[in-house]
Write a protein that binds this ligand. Structure first.
Ligand SMILES: C[S@@+](CC[C@H](N)C(=O)[O-])C[C@H]1O[C@@H](n2cnc3c(N)ncnc32)[C@H](O)[C@@H]1O
Length: 395
């Protein structure tokens, strides 16, 4: 595993294949009619009265048959399974000012929450270009948005490859570039993605299935020093040394492949008893961070090279924007926000942007109550500089 060119960060350079692939090109086999029908087995019903795990929640699996469950969950500040509540939606529209006929690039289409709002403003004469690294979600969102009366094109692409996407669309510049960083609720809630410390699942964490290395691969191969550095720099984890040491010790006996294994290990490294921690959490009014949260965050950022991709987007974005065009980024942790702030400030200083948000826009208490996942969101925007007035001496 090679350190980055600066040598300052611990995250590795992943070989993200930015070749733009048409969605679903090889995904579906042509004919399944010769295969015998599979025996349908009913999902085992939960026999208790207080389901805690997603598999046990009967109605959540079938929201359309139980529409009241959606309202009920939203009222309780929960995100209905399989969906995502867009964060700072009104503020984003207010600052990016989408108008009829404009070209908008949504770099992180996800569930399409922000995109649906952009579509309302740009209308049938506009165009939405949608990117996402998660092909499965991209396909689901394509189905949902295809009913809209606005041209939308979908690209299974990392936003670091935005210039290639525009080239493919034969568009030089667009009016708005928007990115809502991090993971969607669908990704975090799906135990198979291995992104959450709450559910047992494989330690995968890849947002893009084309990436070669999973979180498990990294945990079982990186040196103690590199793991420790990643936990510190990408997660601000105070016990980074102890956790890295225990990982390297434990993996000698058995590879670490499951989320639950890693969670147990983190508790052990921190010397915390799980039962006591749960009791303390229940009795404490303030929401305390789960002991595994920071390590999971750091690993996910590492696996997906999230900071490297963000830096590349910010480097290339001004050249993809019309004069007067706008860019907006929602970030969810301090490392990302620092990178966005620095890029926009430098852009203003260097004359690339005419102005940028002085302070990040954050959700109001009401939004946090109705969608607790929005709590750490920070939104920043910048406006591309107009074309220099033509010098009459050149005429
Ligand atoms: C927070 S969700 C976006 C939600 C969306 N704004 C909505 O309202 O539904 C983030 C999405 O960005 C995608 N993503 C993360 N990093 C990406 C990258 N470098 N390039 C493209 N998509 C990315 C994830 O797969 C995920 O679907």
């Amino acid at each position: 595993m090679t350190p980055t060119a600066s040598g300052k960060t611990g995250y590795h350079i992943l070989k993200i294949d930015m070749a733009i692939e048409e969605i679903g090109s090889n995904k579906f086999s042509s004919d399944n009619s010769t295969q015998p029908p599979k025996n349908h087995t009913r999902r085992r019903r939960y026999s208790g009265t207080h389901p805690r795990k997603f598999e046990q929640k009967y109605k959540e699996h079938n929201i359309s048959a139980y529409p009241e469950i959606k309202e009920h969950l939203l009222a309780k500040g929960k995100t209905p399974a399989g969906s995502h509540i867009p964060v700072l939606k009104e503020e984003v529209m207010e600052c990016l000012k989408p108008e009829s006929g404009q070209i908008v690039v949504d770099c992180t289409i996800g569930y399409g929450g922000h995109a649906s709002e952009f579509i309302k403003h740009i209308g049938p004469n506009g165009k939405l270009i949608a990117l996402d690294v998660d092909n499965a979600e991209l396909e689901r969102t394509r189905q949902r948005l295809s009913k809209e009366n606005v041209p939308v094109s979908f690209h299974h692409s990392n936003f670091a490859g935005i210039a290639k996407v525009l080239k493919k669309e034969t568009i030089d510049v667009c009016d708005i570039i928007f990115a809502d960083l991090g993971v969607s609720s669908m990704q975090i809630d799906n135990p198979e993605r291995g992104m959450s410390y709450k559910n047992e699942g494989p330690l995968d964490m890849r947002m893009d299935e084309r990436l070669k290395q999973t979180a498990g691969d990294l945990l079982n191969s990186l040196s103690e020093e590199k793991l420790s550095k990643a936990f510190l720099e990408l997660g601000d984890e105070p016990d980074h040394k102890e956790i890295a040491h225990l990982i390297v010790t434990k993996r000698r006996a058995e590879p670490i492949t499951k989320t639950t294994q890693l969670v147990d290990l983190i508790f052990e490294a921190k010397g915390i008893n799980k039962k006591i921690w749960r009791q303390q959490r229940r009795s404490s009014k303030s929401v305390s961070l789960h002991p595994a949260a920071l390590v999971f965050q750091a690993l996910r950022i590492l696996v997906n090279d999230e900071l490297g991709c963000l830096k590349e987007l910010l480097r290339i974005a001004p050249y993809c924007l019309n004069p007067g065009g706008r860019i907006g980024i929602i970030s969810f942790h301090s490392g990302e926000d620092r990178i966005v702030k620095k890029a926009f400030r430098e852009g203003v200083r260097n004359g690339i942007y005419q102005r940028a948000a002085e302070e990040p826009i954050v959700p109001q208490r009401e939004e946090i109550n109705s969608n607790p996942r929005s709590a750490s969101a920070k939104f920043r925007w910048a406006v591309r500089k107009d074309i220099e007035p033509r010098n009459d001496h050149d005429a």
